[in-house]
Design a protein around this ligand. Structure first.
Ligand code: 0RA
Length: 265
């Protein structure tokens, strides 16, 4: 645009971001993750889990396992469809690489990739890749297992087939970058509190969380959905009725769910 009256370059904002990769995220991390303290750190786990939740919301994922590992990394495993591994015709790289390392790849390269559970609209995984010392994904899909690795936002190992597989799913393990975060120590209770809420909100979904180094673990699975959630909120109070009032309705394709339970307070 500034080259003495030459034609404007035909980049739209999205194509610039696709070219940008993850160094933008590493340059201004707080812009993407909110803060670089414990809150931002735990946000990384939620960004990964939200992708598994998306799979649960469309009916493909029944189990999510979150583990705090001894080396300070975290693993998020799900039994969803697995991140697609086929080479994207336009970008010439596997879809999994785009989803994990390009800004806006999530929303841009296929409409069905729009996430529904909230958050960073498809770039969440890429942000985690950019803010991790290393990140590895293992994907089971079409009878095969695949792996790909990144280091500080750069691809360290191409997507490769590592063997046969039964079933489908995605396992993402990442170690937050101590050069970026003020703390890289995960807290079991912080993760468990959020994962419990996600299990209440996604009726029937089973979420396991473990922290073997501190001998902690929990399993969350609630067939009653948010009716069980209000009972949990009232657990230290005296409810005036049980079960809670529970209403569901589909309004033009929008699922509405409400639960109420009065207590003596
Ligand atoms: C893109 C497309 C599809 C699934 C996913 C991404 C996906 C991402 C993550 C991240 C963690 N677990 C995940 N599971 C799935 C749809 C795949 C299809 O259409 O078969």
């Amino acid at each position: 645009m500034e080259q003495g009256g030459s034609e404007p370059v035909a980049y739209d904002a999205e194509s610039i971001q696709v070219l940008e990769g993850l160094q933008a995220v590493r340059k201004r991390p707080a812009m993407y993750i909110g803060s670089l303290d414990g809150r931002g750190l735990h946000h990384l786990v939620h960004e990964v889990v939200d992708n598994s939740i998306d799979e649960a919301m469309v009916g493909f994922c029944k189990n999510i396992q979150v583990s705090i590992n001894g080396d300070g990394s975290v693993t998020v495993a799900d039994d969803g469809r697995g991140i697609p591994v086929d080479v994207h015709p336009k970008f010439g790289v596997p879809a999994a690489e785009l989803v994990m390392s390009r800004m806006h790849a999530g929303a841009k390269f296929e409409h069905k990739l729009y996430r529904v559970s909230g958050g960073l609209h498809g770039v969440g995984l890429s942000v985690v890749t950019g803010l991790s010392e290393w990140l590895e994904a293992r994907i089971k899909r079409d009878g095969k297992e695949w792996s790909i690795r990144f280091s500080r936002g750069e691809k360290a190992e191409d997507l490769k087939e590592i063997g046969p597989a039964e079933g489908t799913g995605t396992v993402i393990t990442f170690k937050p970058d101590s050069q970026i975060f003020e703390t890289i120590a995960f807290d079991f209770e912080t993760l468990a509190t959020r994962l419990r809420e996600l299990a209440f909100l996604n009726k029937g979904l089973r979420i396991v969380v473990t922290d073997p180094a501190h001998a902690k673990g929990d399993v969350f699975q609630f067939q009653g959905g948010i009716a069980e959630y209000v009972k949990w909120i009232n657990r230290a109070k005296t409810p005036l009725h049980d079960p809670p009032i529970y209403l569901t309705k589909d309004v033009n394709g929008v699922q509405i769910e409400a639960a109420l339970q009065w207590n003596d307070g």
